[in-house]
Design a protein around this ligand. Structure first.
Ligand SMILES: Cc1cc2nc3c(=O)[nH]c(=O)nc-3n(C[C@H](O)[C@H](O)[C@H](O)COP(=O)(O)OP(=O)(O)OC[C@H]3O[C@@H](n4cnc5c(N)ncnc54)[C@H](O)[C@@H]3O)c2cc1C
Length: 180
């Protein structure tokens, strides 16, 4: 597995409190924001609270990322990415941004089928909201996802794939704040 060199974020979000979204027009209901840099830290955070929402790059302009109890940000410390050129798939951490991913793929002769207007939104956040690019013949960004892993409330890791899990998979990818 290669270690990519990532661009620094070109879109800093406001530093709280109060905790605001990127545009500054939505105020989250708690300032309790934890940071998880490893999968183990995500599992610990999930086990430690009854209700929690994960924040991506905070570009969403409504309350679907909000929680009154606990917010969790995923750090970059353990970001790793791996490309399977034969299968034409890439495995990425949820918090990677499309700007980072696009550069990584481009340097290896690959590209995504579509992109949104902003490079600094996270893959998990963009897919969760059915973020789209341009062209009626291209699916939204979530349609490029073949498989995903998520941390359940119990702390267990659950895998879902487009091939095996049909509607369950599609509902988990575009979850609109119902998960995470
Ligand atoms: C200026 C601007 C331009 C935009 N342009 C476009 C566009 O061109 N096309 C388009 O379709 N949309 C566009 N959007 C909408 C944007 O793509 C969405 O708001 C998207 O959710 C942003 O991703 P995020 O990483 O900021 O997610 P956030 O706003 O942080 O979170 C969104 C949802 O994803 C969930 N989530 C985030 N990370 C995780 C995770 N690791 N695990 C589980 N759930 C997670 C959150 O809990 C929340 O429910 C735009 C928004 C803005 C403000």
């Amino acid at each position: 597995m290669e270690s990519p060199s990532f661009l620094p974020s070109s879109s800093p979000v406001p530093v709280g409190p109060p905790l605001l979204n990127w545009a500054g027009n939505y105020r989250y209901s708690t300032t309790r924001l934890a940071q998880a840099d490893t999968t183990e830290q995500v599992r610990e955070a999930v086990r430690a609270t009854d209700q929690l929402k994960v924040l991506g790059s905070r570009h969403c302009f409504n309350g679907i990322a909000d929680s009154t109890q606990q917010l969790l940000a995923l750090g970059a410390a353990e970001q790793s990415i791996s490309l399977d050129a034969d299968a034409r798939t890439v495995t990425v951490p949820a918090s990677i941004t499309y700007g980072q991913l696009a550069l990584y793929l481009h340097s290896r002769g690959f590209a995504l089928h579509n992109l949104a207007s902003l490079p600094h939104i996270s893959v998990a956040g963009a897919c969760a909201t059915a973020t789209h690019g341009s062209g009626i013949g291209h699916g939204n960004l979530a349609t490029a996802v073949r498989a995903m892993e998520m941390v359940l409330a119990s702390g267990e890791i659950w895998g879902l794939s487009q091939e095996n899990d049909g509607d369950e998979f599609r509902g988990a990818i575009v979850h609109l704040g119902a998960l995470g």
